[in-house]
Design a protein around this ligand. Structure first.
Ligand code: SF4
Length: 432
């Protein structure tokens, strides 16, 4: 299949997308309730592709209000502008598509729910020449990259046969439902939960094992539970509007929101004079948009840099001691629970009392590749700016011992008293 530069590839016709549903369900012994597969049969009959030439004017287009399917936590509105069956462009909330006039006023109280760059670029995915439009069956060795095209009937029969075989041989836990990832969280499919279609389907089939949390933020989940006792530990995103400093640690809010209007509230903060910092191996669109001070860091060394910041803050007595003594356990010798007074505390660990290794900015610099001066400067800025949001995102924790990064971030957030404050930030899964 070839496509000219200005032409989107055609959507597959009905023969390519209709599965042999009855045969598949019969092979599995599942009744009509396993309706998840019906979605495969509802593809458009035919779509003649075009994109930009001639560029359609608005009066030639129809609109469909839909939503972004990414699992980032926001589910933003997307508006598909179509000519026939083909999406010509995507837009987002501009105030015209909400019923009753209750939303979309572009005010702080009632902001528009505007999709981010990733959501708005969905058209590139829908019409990507790399998108699989029909089943492929491997014919070579694993890793060889050799496949042949198969019919839906053949592919579904093969999967169904294997499912039955595995269930009979290994019992009701044999199939792992590892279905969810960043782009598989369609509103309909809700794929990481038992009420999602795949969960229900495998449940009815009587053979399903699933994981107990989301791989995307497992380190954060563990850290939040151990540190805060809950995963609902952060701030609502509208509090970013009140931050005087926002440190985007491994976080690119141009693509990843954890709430409805993160970028909007951060823009409000910028208009009010907030400073922005990015700690990340890569420069991001968000850093560009907010003119952030970029601190490149070696991957998986984040905990060391945060420890270096903690050392600077303690040795310069910049910690929020009142906050620590009121809300923290184990931050220093004074806040140890009486029963564990002789155990290690965080401050003495940072100062090197237990291992003769003070976690100085110089010590951290040798590990994470960030100059000690920059670690010091950032620590000073963070400790002296109130309120400040250290948004330690999930990505840097996707490593061996990744939870240590999240726990160190939580400790630094706590020692500066930025938890539970409007414009501050605690790290966690729920909000933040
Ligand atoms: S923030 Fe972006 S990726 Fe997430 S739902 Fe909204 S548009 Fe989609």
């Amino acid at each position: 299949m070839t496509h000219s530069r200005n032409t989107a590839p055609p959507i597959a016709g009905p023969a390519e997308l209709k599965p042999g549903r009855r045969g598949f369900l019969k092979a599995l012994g599942v009744g009509a309730g396993a309706s998840g597969l019906t979605t495969l049969a509802t593809a458009p009959d035919k779509a003649n592709a075009f994109a930009y030439e001639p560029y359609a004017t608005d009066d030639q287009l129809t609109t469909v209000v839909t939503s972004c399917a990414h699992n980032c936590g926001s589910r933003h509105m997307l508006v598909a502008h179509k000519k026939g069956d083909v999406i010509v462009r995507l837009s987002s909330d501009d105030g015209r598509y909400q019923q009753g006039g209750y939303y979309g006023k572009d005010t702080f109280e009632e902001p528009q729910l505007r999709a981010c760059l990733r959501g708005r670029s969905y058209r590139l995915r829908v019409y990507s020449p790399e998108r699989l439009l029909y089943p492929m069956i491997r014919v070579g060795q694993r890793g060889e990259g050799k496949f042949r095209r198969a019919t839906w009937d053949e592919a579904l029969t093969m999967v169904a046969t294997k499912m039955v075989e595995l269930k009979q041989k290994y019992g009701p836990t044999a199939l792992l439902d590892q279905s969810y990832a960043g782009a598989s969280y369609g509103v309909l499919h809700k794929s990481d939960q038992i009420e999602g279609l795949l969960g229900r389907f495998l449940g009815m089939f009587g053979c399903r094992t699933n994981s107990w949390s989301v791989p995307s933020y497992q380190a954060t989940t563990f850290s939040s539970r151990m540190t805060f006792g809950t995963i609902e530990d952060g701030n609502e995103d509208d509090t970013f509007a009140h931050s005087k400093l926002i440190i985007m640690w491994g976080w690119n809010p141009a693509y990843t929101f954890h709430g409805g209007n993160t970028f909007y509230y951060m823009r409000m903060a910028r208009q009010r004079g907030c400073k922005f910092v990015l700690v990340d191996p890569q420069y991001t669109d968000a850093a560009s948009a907010y003119d952030a001070w970029w601190i490149p860091i070696k991957p998986n060394t984040d905990a060391a840099m945060l420890a270096g910041m903690a050392h600077y803050i303690f040795t310069n007595n910049l910690q929020d001691q009142k906050f620590i003594e009121r809300f923290c356990l184990g931050m220093d010798a004074r806040t140890m629970p009486r029963k564990y007074a002789d155990r290690e505390n965080f401050k003495d660990y940072i100062l090197g009392k237990y291992d003769n290794t003070p976690k100085t900015p110089e010590w951290a610099a040798a590990i994470c590749g960030v100059k000690a001066d920059d670690i010091t400067k950032l620590a000073d800025l963070y400790a002296r700016t109130k309120p400040a949001a250290l948004k330690a995102s999930w990505a840097p924790g996707r490593n061996a011992y990744g939870e240590q990064y999240n726990r160190m971030a939580a400790a630094v957030q706590a020692m500066t008293g930025n938890i539970g404050k409007i414009g501050g930030c605690a790290e966690g899964v729920g909000k933040g």
